[in-house]
Design a protein around this ligand. Structure first.
Ligand code: BES
Ligand code: MN
Ligand code: ZN
Length: 492
């Protein structure tokens, strides 16, 4: 069941709730909490006096006052001087996770003015809703219910007074729900989440939000001449799909979002090691991010024109699989020498990027768990953004900053093109280890012709391998917030 957030105008000191979550900055008892402290019999003042809680980032303290607030949980946001939508979103996700684990059906969240700092109220409420939904998200559909099951968290009321709160909440709730949809797809195992399953999800969403949709099956993919997508899917019993979604909230040249939809990446004949191969069910995270962005568009209905393209296949090894040394003809007509069948994402993206030309796009953004090398460059903290159009790269970077999904540029100088020169074809699909993220982007550039383009490599940020205070381990929904922010900002 999806958590529902709502707004409530109420006096903090007189609420009745099984759980009150309060975000506070580093320091002593915030002045704005003096009335609440009085309402809970001075227990907040005693907590601070004991120096058990200082409000540093991610710190929490639980109190069990006698009265209408059954539980009171303080969440630290860190230094007030650096308060931002990011610190607020983080505190809200820590709160959301704790609220889910508390075994209550309802809770309230309050952001102190001290923790809000100079962040406008609309932005603060948006970040709060996003954070609560993010932190409370978890996946239990494939587990039997626990013997002693606790109540599921159904609603969190965000206490906010200002007039701008409504607009912020509308955005945050839509984006939070969209990100939950993305994470729910990412986490699904590949025996459920196949290319045809992704297509069915897109069709269901298109019907729900009245999007235009085209799904190409194997025969149609062949007719379109998408030889690179076909090659990747050839070794699998699961047929590939090509999905095109259209949201038309305005006339004019569309923004095209392209997401890598490899539902499982064994590496193919260039097989991957067994260790952590199970993570390769997440290799459709780019596709899931595009679907999530469309979920947000469907809920928010901005004045924008957006196309979503998802090339989807399963990268398997079998007697019908493509092989190292094979040369395939991409839809653009270029020939690709396959050096490594594990560099499959760039192949199916090549055909999608070429397909995008028919829309005469304002710009094209692709998103993909494309290279392990991006982890060497940026760790698990930021995705890479790469493109030849500096203004577009910067626009993406800024959308990433504002949305809290950070991306950072890597260069695309001509010298890097050398690595993907083929002896016998137009281009080869692997440039080896050096600058692996950049050479992969150079390969995509060969097919992203005729429009401004930027590429996002989310291999380090699409999922996590450990739990933290504000999230379960696993899927992050990376890209949904950034894409939504990008589209809304372009809408003006
Ligand atoms: N899906 C992988 C990239 C990946 C690696 C995602 C680790 C998440 C975690 C991609 O298809 C791949 O295998 N890339 C290769 C490219 C190489 C063969 C040129 C890689 O990064 O090793
Ligand atoms: Mn691969
Ligand atoms: Zn892959």
């Amino acid at each position: 069941m999806l958590l529902n957030t709502s707004l409530r105008k109420a006096d903090l000191a007189s609420v009745t709730t099984p759980l009150l979550l309060v975000a506070v900055p580093k320091g002593g008892l915030p002045a704005s909490l003096v009335p609440l402290d009085r309402a809970v019999g001075g227990s907040l003042a005693r907590l601070y006096a004991a120096a058990d809680f200082t409000g540093k980032k991610d710190q929490v303290a639980a109190l069990y006052p006698d009265g209408p607030i059954a539980r009171l949980l303080l969440v630290g946001t860190g230094d007030a001087s650096t308060a931002s939508a990011r610190t607020i979103r983080r505190a809200a996700s820590v709160a959301g996770k704790r609220a889910r684990l508390a075994g209550v059906t309802d809770a309230m969240f309050h952001l102190t003015t001290e923790a809000r700092g100079a962040v406008p109220e609309a932005d603060a409420v948006q970040a709060t809703a996003e954070g609560l939904l993010f932190g409370a998200w978890h996946f239990d559909a494939l587990k039997l219910p626990p013997e002693e099951s606790r109540a599921a968290l159904a609603g969190v009321e965000i206490l906010a007074q200002g007039a701008a709160a409504e607009a912020g909440h509308r955005l945050g709730a839509a984006i939070g729900a969209a990100q939950a949809l993305t994470r729910g797809l990412q986490v699904l195992p590949s025996n459920t989440c196949t290319p045809s399953f992704l297509a069915a999800q897109a069709e269901e969403m298109a019907a729900r939000h009245t999007f235009g949709i085209t799904v190409l099956d194997r025969a149609a993919i062949e007719r379109e001449g998408m030889g690179a997508l076909l090659a990747v899917g050839k070794g699998s019993a699961e047929d590939p799909r090509f999905i095109a979604l259209e949201y038309k909230g305005a006339a004019g040249a569309p923004i095209v979002l392209v997401g890598k939809g490899v539902t499982f990446d064994t590496g193919g004949i260039s097989i991957k090691p067994a260790e952590r191969m199970e993570d390769m069910k997440f290799d459709m995270s780019g596709a899931a991010a595009v679907l999530g962005a469309f979920e947000a568009l469907g809920r928010l209905r901005p004045k924008a024109h957006v196309i979503g393209l998802i090339p989807s296949a399963e990268n398997m090894l079998s007697g019908t699989a493509y092989k190292p040394g094979d040369v395939v003809r991409a839809m653009s007509g270029k020939h690709i020498e396959v050096i490594n069948t594990d560099a499959e994402g760039r192949l199916l993206l090549a055909d999608a990027l070429h397909y995008a030309r028919r829309y005469d796009p304002a710009c094209v953004l692709d998103i993909a768990t494309l290279t392990g090398a991006v982890v060497s460059a940026l760790g698990y903290t930021a995705a890479a953004v790469i493109g030849a159009d500096e203004a577009l790269v910067d626009e993406v970077r800024r959308a990433g900053d504002r949305s809290g999904e950070r991306v950072w540029p890597l260069p695309l100088w001509d010298e890097f093109r050398e690595h993907i020169k083929s002896d016998i074809a137009d281009v080869k699909n692997s440039g080896g280890r050096p600058a692996g993220t950049i050479t992969a982007a150079w390969f995509l550039r060969e097919f992203a012709e005729g429009y401004p383009w930027a590429h996002l490599d989310i291999a380090g940020t699409a999922y996590t391998q450990s739990e933290d205070a504000g999230a379960v381990k696993g899927p992050t929904g990376m890209g949904v917030r950034l894409f939504t922010e990008f589209v809304l900002a372009r809408q003006g």
